[in-house]
Design a protein around this ligand. Structure first.
Ligand SMILES: *[C@@H]1O[C@H](CO)[C@@H](O)[C@H](O)[C@H]1NC(C)=O
Ligand SMILES: *[C@@H]1O[C@H](CO)[C@@H](O)[C@H](O)[C@H]1NC(C)=O
Length: 291
């Protein structure tokens, strides 16, 4: 009995020491919370030693489920291309220990991949890192803090709205209109959310409408800026019935039915395309300005 009690006391003492001094580094904490795949891949990418170091670090740790949700070809590419793997994983850690209470909407954190910033969003009090949701925040480690993510942050955004759209063949009409409206430079600022009509959307306009628009800069700028919202609103930040003021000033109305997100009468056909200065949602119809 006495021995048991002594052992119990020792156990309690160790537990308290462990809790108070928190010997586990960010990798141990992530692993204890079930981020096995992340910890393994960090080893493969030779990033473990960095994250075991002094730090402090903020580690955004996707769950194993988050990794298995990646498309098979992406996962395959990641496991074969070590440079890419290193780049993607470096994008999940920032220097400095940032608790969720230190984070603000549209804040950018320097990631360990120096050129890339992690975009923080706060929607309804929930924290998002470049569109992935923090599902378990503020897990302290000896050398920083861990936030568990529901998804891997991928692909890493490297280009601004216009640069990315210019590389996307189905957005060529939009890019042409942006250039004609002299909005190229404005759209390198931000952060912005762009509802981007694809070429098929422009083809659905009544005959002559597009050429009329392209020859009237005022009308063109009015219409294009009606497709742009200030701030980064990933689909996780959109709610059914929401009225969102655009840069043009009139509002667009969001409706969500099952998995379908609509902006006025347009359907979002590709959501959450991350860019360095915001996010793009591709839509199937050009929006109409309220009269
Ligand atoms: C985690 O660390 C922060 C700052 O270092 C501290 O304020 C907070 O109380 C800690 N949380 C826990 C659960 O230990
Ligand atoms: C150009 O568009 C503006 C705004 O829609 C309109 O007020 C103006 O009359 C148009 N100009 C021409 C020449 O059609």
């Amino acid at each position: 009995m006495f021995i048991l009690l002594t052992m119990y006391k020792q156990f309690l003492f160790l537990l308290i020491v462990k809790t108070v001094y928190c010997q586990d580094n960010v990798l141990d904490v992530a692993k204890n919370l079930g981020a096995n795949q992340l910890v393994k891949l960090l080893q493969d990418a030779e990033l473990s030693s960095v994250l075991k170091g002094k730090g402090p670090f903020t580690l955004f740790a996707p769950t194993d489920k988050g990794f298995s949700a990646l498309p098979a070809d992406v996962l395959d590419k990641l496991t074969k291309d070590k440079t890419l793997l290193k780049q993607v994983l470096s994008y999940h850690a920032a220097s400095g220990a940032k608790l969720s209470s230190d984070l603000t909407n549209d804040q950018l954190l320097e990631s360990l991949d120096n050129s890339q910033k992690i975009r923080i969003n706060i929607y309804d009090g929930k924290v998002f890192a470049t569109g992935s949701q923090v599902i378990l925040p503020d897990k302290n480690a000896s050398n920083g803090v861990v936030h568990m993510l529901n998804k891997v942050i991928y692909p890493v955004p490297t280009e601004n709205v216009v640069a990315l759209a210019s590389k996307t063949p189905e957005l060529s009409t939009l890019v042409y209109a942006i250039i004609r409206g002299k909005l190229e430079k404005t759209l390198t600022e931000g952060p912005f959310t762009v509802f981007a009509p694809n070429n098929a959307a422009f083809q659905k306009l009544p005959p002559g409408k597009l050429s009329d628009l392209l020859s009237n800069e005022t009308a063109l700028v009015d219409l294009l800026t009606y497709h742009v919202v200030s701030g980064t609103v990933y689909s996780a930040g959109l709610k059914d019935g929401m009225e969102v003021p655009t840069v043009q000033k009139s509002e667009v109305r969001i409706s969500i039915n099952g998995g379908t997100v609509k902006v006025n009468d347009a359907t979002v056909i590709q959501a959450d395309v991350s860019v360095s200065n915001g996010v793009i949602h591709v839509i199937d119809t050009v929006l109409t300005l309220p009269s």
